[in-house]
Design a binder for this molecule. Structure first.
Ligand SMILES: [Fe+2]
Length: 195
């Protein structure tokens, strides 16, 4: 069984405490649902895989939705811990991002985040190919670059911003996200993948 993590978050600029509180509640829901699905799968399988084939199939399909929701939110909230910190341009990450994106990385990730539909704008790193990959994961589990570690996870579901900015306020939320981002966390993730 997984346990919901606690995050040591400062007050954020442009993302209200109430929004963060509700958002953490949603994260805890993913942990709870993942545990519940895992338990139910065992129960149904014991009862008979043929008899419960439809239920098993549906739960197995939902498993990665809940798991990825759990893990992506853990990556997301951790990025605010320690307070905002700008990217160190002399760090390994700073140099590698500049070499690949020539200063437009943040605007590029915001553009991905501004795409329609619920999902995540994500920066991955491919250690084998020695290059970054950026992508939009639909909901939480679709369109991932399988096997690639995640360096930065930007939640762009409406629940992340609707309380503070309304349904059309995603661009303002994207600005607020980067104002609060602790790039030191992202730099550490980059170092951890052996880049
Ligand atoms: Fe979220």
């Amino acid at each position: 069984m997984y346990e919901a993590k606690k995050f040591d978050l400062p007050s954020l600029e442009g993302i209200s405490d109430e929004s963060v509180k509700q958002h953490i509640g949603l994260y805890e829901g993913y942990v709870k649902n993942f545990n519940a699905i895992s338990t139910k799968l065992v129960e149904y399988a014991k009862e008979g895989t043929e008899k419960n084939a439809l239920a098993l199939g549906e739960l197995i399909r939902r498993k990665s939705f809940e798991f990825d929701g759990m893990r992506l939110h853990e990556l997301y909230f951790t990025q605010f811990e320690g307070g905002p910190k700008t990217l160190d341009e002399q760090s390994a990450l700073g140099k590698a991002l500049a070499a690949e994106y020539h200063g437009y990385f943040v605007e590029y990730l915001k553009a991905i985040g501004n795409m329609r539909g619920p999902g995540w704008a994500i920066l991955y790193y491919d250690p084998a190919g020695k290059q970054f990959q950026t992508g939009f994961a639909g909901e939480q589990h679709q369109g991932h670059f399988v096997t690639l570690p995640i360096l930065l996870a930007l939640d762009v579901w409406e629940h992340a911003f609707i309380l503070d900015y309304g349904a059309t306020g995603k661009a303002k939320y994207l600005d607020a996200f980067f104002k609060n981002l602790n790039w030191g966390v992202v730099e550490k993730r980059f170092a951890a993948v052996g880049a």
